[in-house]
Design a protein around this ligand. Structure first.
Ligand SMILES: Cc1cc2nc3c(=O)[nH]c(=O)nc-3n(C[C@H](O)[C@H](O)[C@H](O)COP(=O)(O)OP(=O)(O)OC[C@H]3O[C@@H](n4cnc5c(N)ncnc54)[C@H](O)[C@@H]3O)c2cc1C
Length: 410
């Protein structure tokens, strides 16, 4: 049977935050866009839940903020760390120059379903689930489309532009022959959930002890826990046994002792292998990568979703008009890379410094840590807590929606 084929102005591979936001914005601007997502739905666990104030500002600019905030979420207004015996509030989002002065914790699938639902309002939005991009179609050195695998067989999509939003294990990156700089990471992260009781402390906090580090996010009825281990250390953790791991968690947070049995097997604990990398060149004629496909982010600061959304907004701002006119140029693609490189580079630089100066030291330490003097200043001068809040939540060169809502609705 011959392959089915379709055409679109833009083919987006990957329905994560970058791909869904880009698909939605282009369709809203009247551009025919097809978004391919290899999974059947968005209900996959552990993809990060932190929706930062900048992403909430994008929702505001789209006129969707109130509806978005009707979805269940928790708010993080301040971040507290326990370093050894001392509790310190380090970050205060309450003074940000944004509409929402907090991070919203929301399951990523709710966020993606929300974008999908709003995308479907436009006739120009074609979201295809269970459709996996497998290869590029090239003619005379230019990418002119994608090949994909679907439950009904092979599909060829001809498009003026292909956008790789297929995450840090991107297929399109490899097919395009892009090369990346790998900046390395000293740690991996073990993710798990434990029930939360109303009587538990309400703070979202990081806890640092000799050789150990754990972050706990208050998700209402459960704690989302991130336990940091040395890179490649999962087999050593497993070799010590599940009981030993449970004990270590309880040592860090004794109030979990009555619930730690909820970790019944290693299946309840997911490994995030941390990667930090960035493509040297994000584009080729007819193709550009954005989001994690262009630059995998460290989980430090929970910025990955938000950087991916910012990339999508910048890409839509630059591409909507030329896509509609059928005139996307290499200069457009280069301009997107140039615009987004500075904020991505800056964020990765911050993450790499924290990895090197804090995480590597903590994981190697044998003695109960004491907060460095610099950290104590956050306790003495609360206004200082606004600086990391701004770096984390706003970063540099925030993007604003410039694309119009002109797409025909269904
Ligand atoms: C365990 C974990 C925890 C994280 N925690 C946080 C956090 O708390 N906060 C935060 O901001 N960031 C977090 N991140 C990072 C964040 O998830 C990413 O930075 C962000 O999702 C990047 O968005 P993206 O759209 O570029 O890629 P992704 O979210 O990776 O989306 C890529 C999408 O493409 C699909 N896909 C892949 N290949 C293909 C293909 N060939 N064809 C079609 N579809 C394909 C995938 O199924 C996926 O839906 C976490 C990541 C992990 C793995």
């Amino acid at each position: 049977m011959p392959d089915s084929s379709i055409t679109a102005k833009c083919a987006v591979a990957g329905g994560g935050p970058a791909g869904m936001m880009l698909g939605f914005l282009l369709a809203r601007a009247g551009v025919e866009v097809v978004v391919l997502e290899k999974h059947a739905d968005f209900f996959r666990d552990f993809r990060g839940d932190t929706v930062h104030p900048l992403t909430l500002d994008v929702m505001y600019e789209l006129g969707l903020l109130d509806e978005f905030l009707n979805l269940p979420h928790q708010k993080i207004e301040t971040l507290t760390a326990q370093i050894g015996a001392e509790h310190l509030t380090m970050i205060d989002f309450r003074h940000l120059p944004t509409h929402c002065k907090y991070i919203a914790l929301m399951p990523q699938w709710d966020f993606l379903n929300f974008l999908a639902g709003h995308g479907r309002r436009y006739k120009t939005f074609d979201l295809r689930m269970r459709t996996e991009a497998t290869d590029l179609i090239e003619e005379a050195g230019r990418v002119v489309g994608l090949r994909a695998k679907t439950p009904d067989g092979a599909l060829a999509i001809r498009a003026d532009l292909v956008v790789g939003c297929d995450g840090r294990h991107s297929t399109l990156r490899g097919k395009a022959g892009f090369t990346s700089e790998d900046y390395g990471a000293p740690m991996d992260v073990l993710w798990f959930r434990i029930r939360r009781r109303q009587s538990d402390a309400a703070d979202t906090f990081g806890h640092v002890e000799a050789g150990k580090m754990m972050i706990m996010l208050d998700r209402g009825d459960y704690w989302q826990c991130a336990f940091v281990i040395p890179k490649g250390g999962i087999e050593r953790v497993k070799a010590k046994g599940l009981d030993a791991f449970r004990d270590t968690v309880v040592d860090m947070s004794p109030f979990l002792a009555d619930r730690i049995g909820e970790l019944k097997s290693w299946d309840d604990i997911k490994l995030l292998s941390v990667t930090v990398d960035r493509l040297q060149k994000w584009w080729r004629p007819g193709l550009i990568c954005i989001g994690d496909a262009a630059h995998a982010m460290s989980p430090i600061g929970g910025v990955g979703i938000n950087i991916a959304v910012q990339d999508a907004v910048a890409a839509a701002n630059r591409l909507a008009a030329p896509l509609k006119a059928g005139k996307v140029t290499n200069a457009d693609l280069q301009a997107i890379q140039e615009r987004r490189t500075l904020p991505v580079r800056f964020t990765q630089w911050l993450q790499l410094n924290i990895q090197k100066r804090v995480i590597t030291r903590v994981l190697a330490s044998q003695q109960r840590p004491k907060p460095p003097l610099f950290f104590k200043l956050f306790g003495i001068f609360p206004a200082l807590r606004r600086i990391p809040a701004r770096l984390l939540a706003v970063g540099i060169r925030p993007e604003h929606v410039q694309t119009p809502e002109v797409g025909p609705t269904r």
